[in-house]
Design a protein around this ligand. Structure first.
Ligand code: IPM
Ligand code: MN
Length: 360
């Protein structure tokens, strides 16, 4: 198979973890005889430096030509006090929208070897296996009007949370389809006791549910969900929610996995005629400027994103499973990066990536 992939390392630790993820891709391509066509592009702070904007037209063009996009992370501290439209993060929002990847799948599972890496008690975490389905191209992140208004009588700022029926319906269907391949349970998260958008959300989810009679549905308010995630995380299978709720709760989910460095993600949109998904694959973590360039970031979120890419965009389930097994094997050896609190000396980013390659 020809794997035609655009790589966007981005900023900070994005570069280091993406390097290891690409190494894994090369090993997979070699072992299973796939032809790998890799192109590299600019996104985020590095793109601002080199082209003046966070999402250059060239990157957009390359993303259209690729079968799948692998991204590292974006964000640089030097832009901390810059207006949102000039920040590296805007590049990420731009490519998500441009690729139309409206469903962001963020699997959160526990690994036996990492139970002690989580600050939560082992019995709470052991056996956790859920997927957060975060709506990715709507809501507060994109709604207008938005802005800071300097006019009288007082400076004020506005963001808008808006969703249409069809935007909610398509991500809901994605969640139900996914649940069918798992434990057949969907939890929809909203704030329908306060927000009109959430009332519509609940209405749409409820209207779609009868099409999936084999899947159990429940609704949870977002504040309660935040609590349930740490009190009783095993109750969740597929958890679907709007963009910003998903951003917040997936970081909380990271605590269950042991480290945010462990979490992969797959952002998918429409199916191509071949049956493959248009996909953008990125670890859940950010660019972590505090540890960037030190060869100590955890590459497993990025490598897990490669596994997701092999599965969703290329239908290569055997290869994807091999990558996941290899990661689990390395976790079991205990030679892991510092964020996972190893008992011995921590592995470097490179050593962790190398070990996965070796195990494949
Ligand atoms: C994430 C990140 C991004 C988001 C940022 C970097 C724009 O936090 O993917 O979770 O908020 O979506
Ligand atoms: Mn986030």
């Amino acid at each position: 198979m020809n794997l035609n992939i655009l790589v966007l390392p981005g900023d900070g630790i994005g570069l280091e973890v993406t390097r290891e993820a690409v190494r894994v891709l090369r090993v997979v391509a070699e072992k299973w005889n796939h032809q790998l066509t890799l192109r590299e592009g600019l996104l985020g702070g590095i793109a601002i430096h080199k082209t003046g904007g966070p999402f250059p037209a060239e990157t957009e063009k390359l993303s259209r030509e690729a079968d799948a996009v692998l991204m590292g992370a974006v964000g640089l501290p030097e832009f901390d006090n810059v207006a949102p439209e000039k920040r590296p993060e805007r590049g990420l929002l731009g490519i998500r929208k441009s690729m139309g990847v409206f469903a962001n799948l963020r699997p959160v599972r526990s690994y036996k070897a990492l139970l002690d890496s989580s600050p939560l008690k082992n019995h709470l975490v052991d056996g956790v296996d859920m997927v957060i389905v975060r709506e990715l191209t709507g809501g507060l992140y994109y709604g207008t009007p938005r802005g800071i208004y300097e006019d009288a009588p007082e400076i004020h700022a506005v963001n808008t949370m808006a969703y249409s029926w069809s935007e909610i319906e398509r991500v809901t269907r994605m969640a139900f389809e996914l649940a069918r391949k798992r434990r057949k349970k969907v939890t929809s998260v909203d704030k329908s006791n306060v927000l009109e958008v959430s009332q519509l959300w609940r209405r749409v989810v409820t209207a779609v549910a009868p099409d999936y009679p084999d899947v159990e549905l429940d609704h949870v308010l977002v504040d309660n969900c935040a609590m349930q995630l740490v009190l009783n995380p095993k109750r969740f299978d597929v958890v679907v929610m709007e963009n910003m709720f998903g951003d917040i709760l997936s970081d909380e989910g990271a605590v269950l996995a042991g480290s945010i460095g462990m979490l992969p993600s797959a952002s998918i949109g429409s199916k191509k005629p071949s049956g493959a998904w248009t996909g953008l694959y990125e670890p859940v973590h950010g660019s972590a400027p505090d540890i960037a360039g030190q060869n100590k970031a955890n590459p497993f979120g990025a490598i897990g994103s490669v596994a997701a890419m092999l599965e969703y965009s290329f239908g290569l389930t055997e290869e994807a499973a091999a990558v996941n097994r290899a990661m689990e094997h390395v976790l079991n050896t205990g030679r892991v990066t510092a964020d996972l609190r190893p008992t011995g000396p921590p592995a470097t980013t490179e050593q962790a990536g190398e070990a996965v390659c070796h195990a494949i």
